[in-house]
Design a protein around this ligand. Structure first.
Ligand code: PGA
Ligand code: ZN
Length: 416
């Protein structure tokens, strides 16, 4: 269907960390779409640049001077027209000229406006563009955090996560995750005297305990919730491996448990942890260029989803590389790692071709926008990773509950 961009403007707003980000407002045929881009802190080296010269202010000036004059008044068939224009306008491989965050906010705001003009929800519009059957994703959420998302003393592993594997409804799934989060809070209070239940960037607790104590607590809480609610719960981790790798000593450093391991020893340690805590999901176990170690761990843990985030940064060609060498069984899909919905779909399509478990993911710096669940459903990602609590995280959970009024079916995880 042909549409016209009547108006486009931008502004700077704040994300959940209190950092500035860009929000775009697009008027398509008299219907308004608005979207802001999130920002990561533990970013992969091959991601799109969020802002030109790391400056949201420069991004806004460029928007007004270079982008708006070329977009206002044009006819478009879909968001793809806009995405291709943005790629041409930028001219670099990583959106370093105009900024990936500007590109993504324009891409999503345009899609929201088109979906309104066509009288359908965003997920439905995206599903029709990609011939996807809309099914609600399973929520994967972090309960205890560490690494770059927390202060010193917290575990070195960035995230310890849970996922309901066979919930009957999305509300059951969200309730199960929240219950684990609450129980973990209780266990932490019991374990650490005078611990004020501090939280990291994504609403997960950031306690001063070591990696194994943290895993023990989450595992225990997950098992209790599993028994109580009758929903099978899986435990996962996101190591953000690059951040614990010391390039000088060439070792993975887990100071809280006194371990400084070379790659081979560290691989064995991950295997031990996975077996002990029945870990079904390991994101970025190794540094972001070590495809070979990902492959070895995938082989050693055939029932665990070894997942690439910084390893593949939502880029179709890197997903294809990692999947074809059997380095990963799952991939994180973060739209602002590539900068447009078109490129995000390219990544998803490639992931599907290789039968990967695809996980639509938030960033640590989020806004209360809730388009991520629509992307997950519209592009057919089986899992959504959007945290458990905190306003900017719960906004995604609540949107899934609203979407359930139209999308009845929910995914299941059989493996793991
Ligand atoms: P981020 O990291 O800080 O880059 O958003 C989140 C993640 O590694 O999954
Ligand atoms: Zn990650």
């Amino acid at each position: 269907m042909a549409h016209k961009i009547k108006e486009i403007k931008g502004r700077l707003i704040y994300d959940s960390r209190g950092d500035k980000t860009i929000e775009i407002i697009v008027d398509v045929d008299g219907y308004v779409g608005q979207a802001a881009a999130p920002s990561g802190k533990s970013r992969g080296a091959r991601e799109a640049e969020p802002f030109p010269n790391s400056s949201p202010e420069t991004a806004l000036i460029l928007l007004q001077k270079e982008i708006i004059p070329k977009m206002k008044g044009i006819d478009i068939d879909s968001y793809e027209t806009v995405d291709n224009l943005l790629i041409d306008l930028d001219g670099t491989w990583n959106f370093s000229q105009i900024g990936g965050n500007t590109a993504l906010a324009i891409s999503v705001a345009t899609s929201i406006a088109i979906s309104k003009a066509e009288g359908r929800p965003l997920y439905d519009y995206l599903a029709s563009m990609t011939h996807t059957q809309p099914i609600l994703p399973l929520p994967l959420g972090n309960v205890i955090g560490g690494g770059k998302h927390a202060g010193p003393g917290a575990p070195e592993i960035q995230e310890i996560l849970v996922i309901p594997k066979n919930p009957k409804t999305i509300s059951d799934a969200i309730a199960a995750n929240i219950k684990v989060h609450k129980l973990v809070g209780k266990f932490l209070e019991e374990k650490i005297t005078n611990y004020p239940l501090g939280r990291g960037d994504e609403g997960a607790y950031a306690p001063p305990i070591n990696v194994e104590a943290a895993l023990e607590i989450v595992y225990k809480a997950a098992k209790m919730v599993e028994d109580e609610l009758g929903v099978k719960m899986g435990v996962g981790i996101d190591v953000a491996g690059t951040n614990i790798y010391n390039t000088r000593s060439e070792r993975y450093e887990l100071a809280s448990v006194g371990l400084y391991l070379d790659t081979e020893e560290y691989l064995q340690y991950l295997e031990e942890l996975a077996n002990k805590y029945e870990i079904i999901y390991i994101e970025d176990p190794f540094k972001e260029d070590d495809y070979e170690s990902f492959r070895k761990l995938s082989k050693a843990l055939p029932k665990t989803y070894i997942c690439g985030d910084d390893l593949v940064v939502t880029r179709s060609e890197l997903i294809a590389k990692a999947a074809s060498m059997e380095a990963i069984k799952a991939a994180i899909i973060k739209p602002n790692q590539v900068g447009t919905l078109t490129l995000t779909w390219e990544a998803v399509k490639t992931g599907k071709k290789y039968n990967l478990l695809l996980i639509a993911s938030h960033r640590s710096g989020e806004t209360t926008d809730h388009y991520l669940p629509h992307i997950a459903v519209g592009f057919g990602c089986k899992v959504i990773k959007a945290g458990i609590i905190g306003g900017e995280r719960i906004s995604k959970a609540n949107e899934l509950i609203r979407m359930n009024e139209e999308v009845r079916e929910i995914q299941r995880l059989n493996a793991g």
